[in-house]
Design a protein around this ligand. Structure first.
Ligand SMILES: C[S@@+](CC[C@H](N)C(=O)[O-])C[C@H]1O[C@@H](n2cnc3c(N)ncnc32)[C@H](O)[C@@H]1O
Length: 262
C-alpha cells in the first residue's frame, strides 16, 4: 500500500478486496471501525483456517466451556450468539444435541453464509440469524423477537471474539446491559476476549501480525483484560463464576469467562 496525500478531498481506499470511501472529516477510529465491519466479509472463506485455528489455545477452551455449560440444560436448549461469525458457537454447542434453538447476530453477510452451511449439519436445531451489529440488542422489539423466536429467554449467551469489534457508537456497556436483561434467570454468559498486558506486548504482537495482514490489529484501548471485563459485568449484576486465561499463537493473550446473574 502506498501513502496518499489528499487534503480536503474524498478518496476511495481499496485494500484486500475491501473498498472504503474516506471523507476528509472522518477520524482514523471511524475509518478503522468501518474497515473492520467490511473486513469479515472479505475474510469469511478463510476465517476458520486463519483465525480460529491460529487461536486454538482460546478456541479449544471455549469449545470445552460451551459443552460443559450447555450440559446443564435439557433439550431444547436456547442460545443467543452475538457476533456469531461462521458458527463456531453453534457447532460446538449443539453437536450431539437433538433439539434446540439458536439465534446468531452478525453484520457480515458472508460470515453468515458459512454459518448457514454449518446449520445444515444440525437438522434438528432451529437456526435463526439476523444480519446486524450487536447494537440491535438494545432495541426492545429485537429483544422480544429473540425471546419469541427461541421460545423463551436464552439460557446461553455467547460473545466469542466479538466484543472488540463493537464500535464506539454501539457502546459496549449498554450491550452487556441488554445481555443481562435477555439472559434466563438460570442462564450463563460465555465470553472469549483478547487483550495485551502492556504497550510493549502490543507492539511485539503488532509487528508479527503485520507480517501476514495488511491492516493494523485492534488497538489496546478497545480491548478488556479479565478484571476490566469482570468490573463491567458487575455493573449489570452479573457475577463471574469461572475464568481461564491463555496465550495464543503470536503472543496474543486471551481468556474464556463464564458469568451468571447474581
Ligand atoms: C473474530 S470474529 C468472531 C466470530 C465468532 N464469534 C467466532 O468466535 O468465531 C468477529 C465477528 O464479529 C462480527 N462483527 C463485526 N462488527 C460487529 C458489531 N458491531 N457487532 C457484532 N458483531 C460484529 C464480524 O463480522 C465477525 O464475524
Amino acid at each position: 500500500m502506498s501513502e496518499v496525500e489528499a487534503r480536503n478531498a474524498s478518496i476511495t481506499l481499496r485494500l484486500k478486496g475491501i473498498e472504503l470511501d474516506i471523507e476528509p472529516q472522518d477520524s482514523f477510529q471511524a475509518n478503522f471501525s468501518r474497515y473492520k465491519e467490511h473486513e469479515f466479509n472479505a475474510f469469511a472463506a478463510s476465517y476458520e483456517r486463519d483465525f480460529i485455528r491460529r487461536n486454538d489455545a482460546m478456541y479449544s477452551v471455549a469449545a470445552n466451556t460451551l459443552k460443559q455449560e450447555c450440559a446443564r440444560y435439557q433439550d431444547p436448549l436456547r442460545m443467543l450468539d452475538v457476533g456469531c461469525g461462521t458458527g463456531f458457537g453453534l457447532r460446538e454447542t449443539f453437536a450431539g444435541r437433538v433439539g434446540g434453538g439458536y439465534f446468531g447476530i452478525d453484520p457480515a453477510e458472508n460470515m453468515l453464509q458459512v454459518l448457514e452451511r454449518t446449520a445444515l449439519s444440525l437438522p434438528t436445531i432451529e437456526v435463526s440469524t439476523r444480519q446486524a451489529k450487536g447494537g440491535i440488542l438494545r432495541i426492545d422489539s429485537v429483544q422480544d423477537e429473540i425471546i419469541n423466536t427461541l421460545g423463551g429467554r436464552p439460557q446461553l449467551i455467547t460473545w466469542l471474539a466479538a466484543m472488540h469489534v463493537v464500535n464506539k457508537h454501539e457502546q459496549l456497556g449498554p450491550l452487556i446491559g441488554a445481555t443481562a436483561e435477555l439472559l434466563d434467570r438460570d442462564g450463563r454468559v460465555v465470553i472469549g476476549n483478547y487483550y495485551h498486558n502492556s504497550a510493549d506486548d502490543f507492539e511485539a504482537f503488532r509487528q508479527r501480525y503485520m507480517q501476514r495482514m495488511v491492516h493494523q490489529p485492534t488497538p489496546p484501548c478497545q480491548l478488556f483484560n479479565a478484571s476490566q471485563m469482570e468490573a463491567i459485568l458487575r455493573t449489570f449484576w452479573l457475577e463471574v463464576i469461572s475464568c481461564q486465561e491463555m496465550v495464543c499463537t503470536d503472543g496474543l493473550r486471551a481468556y474464556v469467562m463464564v458469568a451468571k446473574h447474581k
